[in-house]
Write a protein of this length. Structure first.
Length: 736
């Protein structure tokens, strides 16, 4: 296989523009896309090297945020995951429901000695997965139970379909691991699929088409669409439509006609992602590939005005990037747009890593954005058993500008990992393709490669995998905003003057000049489409900050900076910031700083967390350096305001509730969750305080009517949420 992969450059003369097949390290088949939390996942089969039949033992997962750079998540599910299975890990599909991920597979059953449908479950789209029921979901000894597809309908009913040459269906229960009713069979008629199944064909009659296998069930504009491999051998892709999953189905035509894919089978899946529609299929186009060595590919397309499919032809070029790639973060080495020669493996210590690296091999990433920071060091984690080699970091081509060269020594073993670094030898700006060219002695394996990161003059860190929101965030410094930390979606290309980022300005507890206690909370908010500007230096580690206290002026600097960046054509934030929707907020001392600045006319709403102005009776409890306006300052508030407090055990409870009862001229509410002064900021993704804060921001800054239900009305959602309480003043009902 090494010799086969080493010849990829010959098989792909135009490698600089090639995107298909988008996995080169393994043979992959039967792609099943799934979009979740701003990421496209594709679940595939795995054709064994040098196979002379569909010898498949495991399933694999790949993901992307930009459609060109794909991360290999390895094999979280295999035949060994099912005690009842002993052969043929064929086509499968994964779907999410209620926070769990269900992977429907087919495999040969040693119970019935036929093919069977099984289901695995996980709390994560990348696993680990386990057999959900310890037995097949359905089997009856027949060999035609293959290629399951699954759809959750608008009314919540889940449908499971599969089969060759008969297409079967089941109605899944809400638990997704059991079903109700009897096994159903679609009417495999000429009207439904262009031709009946072989056993019902009239001799000598020519038919338009025929269903074979690999169904994919979807829905568009209220109409059900069933895509499938059609026509016999070789296969093309066709589809039929129906008003209901059980039919009646009507043949609608071909989608991907027969073409030179170098594979006599095909298998498709479709998904919409960030405003684009994608068609996944497989080919045999990797060197050494073919009908039993297939590779997944993808094309972008646009539905016809009536929701029907256009004709889609396979290409080597594939799709264009829909976002830039951020190199100023820890990147798994198995993330790549294209590669030559290398393979991937996995173990329990590091997960998936790149291996089988030889002289002349390389990894390429597309559309890498260097703007906004200046590269300083290339850092990588590597291991070598014998002789090591080099990683040359280049842009635009294998012979392009050399940015850095990392020397990899023998580390004492192929899994004896060391983290090494090399200085950048030259500057780089703008967007480029990034190459890791591997060099060393010709012939032997050089080293293994786990992860890499480019460190810039401005520090940055991806927190909790970018957050749970649709827009994966990054925490970083900005050279033009000293002594502040910025939390922002990594991909700014999806934001514009028509879809700008609202702003949250944040002050820290204890007047600390670093958001080290709040970075999980703030990062989570940013991941839902916000620009968050926190007072103080970036917390690269979760440990207390030691240094001078922050000031009230830093919040004003944040507002000034956001407005200036939005107006600067040279800024990456140009026309992407919603400067009319700014919330100023803070915790404890940061809340006092917020109230000190409350008169600023640019503020749309305020959020006071675990804080409130001191009363005359307890001003002596204040820490030196805190802003100390008296209660008359509350009259300067001109916007809506929410207090998020930690209940009666919160040392700021008395002050915050006293503020609330005094504020009568603007809409105000006071919420309490009994956790004390520390809140939930340091819990994963900010805990319960994030839920309330995010709904407030979505309502006040984005006009989200659903988020308003958290607060509005006598029976608002927050009043029903476990342990939360809410009080509102008379003006609050006027908020829209």
């Amino acid at each position: 296989m090494k010799q086969i992969l080493a010849s990829i450059a010959l098989g792909f003369a135009a490698v600089a523009s090639a995107q298909n097949p988008f996995v080169q390290t393994w043979f992959t088949s039967d792609p099943a896309p799934m979009v979740h939390n701003g990421t496209m996942y594709v679940y595939t089969g795995h054709d064994e090297d040098n196979a002379d039949f569909f010898w498949m033992q495991e399933w694999r997962v790949y993901s992307t945020k930009d459609m060109v750079n794909w991360q290999d998540h390895g094999s979280p599910l295999a035949l060994e995951s099912f005690s009842w299975a002993d052969d043929r890990a064929w086509a499968a599909q994964t779907i999410e429901r209620n926070g769990k991920f269900y992977w429907y597979i087919c495999a040969h059953s040693k119970i019935s000695n036929g093919m069977a449908i099984g289901v695995a479950v996980s709390d994560s789209p990348t696993g680990p997965f386990r057999d959900a029921i310890g037995k097949p979901l359905f089997e009856n000894g027949s060999w035609d139970h293959i290629d399951p597809t699954v759809l959750i309908d608008d009314d919540g009913q889940a449908w499971l379909m599969w089969g060759n040459p008969q297409c079967y269906y089941l109605k899944l229960n809400n638990d997704m691991i059991s079903y109700s009713g009897e096994l159903g069979r679609l009417d495999m008629t000429e009207e439904a699929f262009g031709g009946p199944i072989m056993s019902k064909r009239e001799k000598g009659k020519k038919y338009k088409d025929s269903y074979v296998e690999g169904p994919w069930l979807s829905k568009r504009n209220g109409k059900y669409q069933l895509l499938y491999a059609a026509g016999g051998v070789p296969e093309h892709i066709s589809y039929s439509t129906a008003p209901h999953p059980t039919g009646p189905w009507t043949y609608a035509g071909e989608i991907m006609p027969l073409s030179d894919t170098k594979s006599f089978t095909n298998h498709c899946g479709v998904a919409d992602f960030k405003g684009h529609s994608y068609f996944f299929y497989h080919t045999g186009k990797l060197p050494g590939g073919g009908g039993f060595g297939r590779s997944v590919a993808v094309e972008e397309f646009k539905y016809n005005a009536d929701g029907s499919f256009p004709t889609i032809m396979p290409t080597d070029e594939g799709v264009k990037p829909i976002a830039t790639f951020n190199p100023y973060q820890k990147v798994q080495a198995e993330t790549m747009a294209f590669s030559r020669g290398v393979k991937t493996e996995q173990n329990d210590e590091v997960g998936v890593y790149v291996t089988d690296i030889h002289n002349g091999d390389y990894i390429k990433l597309q559309n890498v954005m260097f703007d906004g920071n200046t590269p300083k060091q290339f850092v990588a984690r590597v291991a070598s058993g014998l002789r090591g080699g080099q990683i040359e970091v280049r842009i635009d081509s294998l012979k392009g500008q050399l940015l850095a060269r990392l020397e990899v020594p023998a580390t004492g073993g192929w899994e004896k990992w060391q983290t090494l670094s090399a200085n950048f030898a030259s500057k780089v700006e703008g967007t480029h393709d990034l190459y890791f060219a591997f060099t060393g002695r010709k012939g032997p394996k050089l080293f293994n490669f786990d992860w890499w990161q480019i460190e810039g003059t401005q520090k940055s860190l991806v927190v909790e995998e970018g957050g749970l929101g649709e827009f994966k965030a990054i925490m970083k410094e900005e050279a033009s905003l000293k002594a502040h930390t910025v939390f922002v979606p990594q991909d700014l290309s999806v934001f514009s003057a028509k879809n700008p980022l609202p702003v949250l300005v944040w002050g820290n507890g204890a007047c600390t000049n670093s958001p080290w206690e709040h970075f999980k909370f703030l990062n989570e908010i940013a991941s839902h489409g916000y620009l968050v500007l926190a007072t103080g230096y970036i917390p690269m580690e979760e440990k207390p900050y030691n240094g001078p206290m922050s000031t009230t002026e830093q919040q004003i600097q944040s507002i000034d900076w956001a407005i200036a960046q939005n107006a600067d054509p040279k800024s990456p934030y140009y026309n992407k910031i919603d400067v009319k929707n700014i919330c100023v907020a803070g915790m404890s001392c940061g809340g006092l700083q917020t109230l000190y600045n409350c008169a600023d006319p640019r503020i749309k709403t305020l959020m006071i967390c675990n804080s409130g102005l001191f009363k005359d009776s307890n001003r002596g409890q204040a820490v030196g350096g805190m802003p100390m306006p008296d209660k008359s300052k509350l009259k300067d508030i001109h916007s809506s305001i929410i207090y998020i407090l930690g209940g009666k055990e919160d040392i700021a409870y008395e002050n915050g509730m006293d503020d609330f009862h005094r504020i009568k001229h603007v809409p105000c509410c006071a919420t309490n969750f009994p956790v004390g002064h520390g809140g939930t900021y340091r819990q994963p993704h900010g805990g319960e305080f994030t839920v309330v804060a995010l709904n407030w921001l979505n309502w006040q800054l984005k006009g989200d009517k659903h988020a308003a239900k958290m607060f509005k009305g006598k029976d608002c959602e927050l009043s029903k949420r476990k342990d939360w309480t809410i009080e509102k003043n008379a003006k609050f009902s006027k908020l829209k």
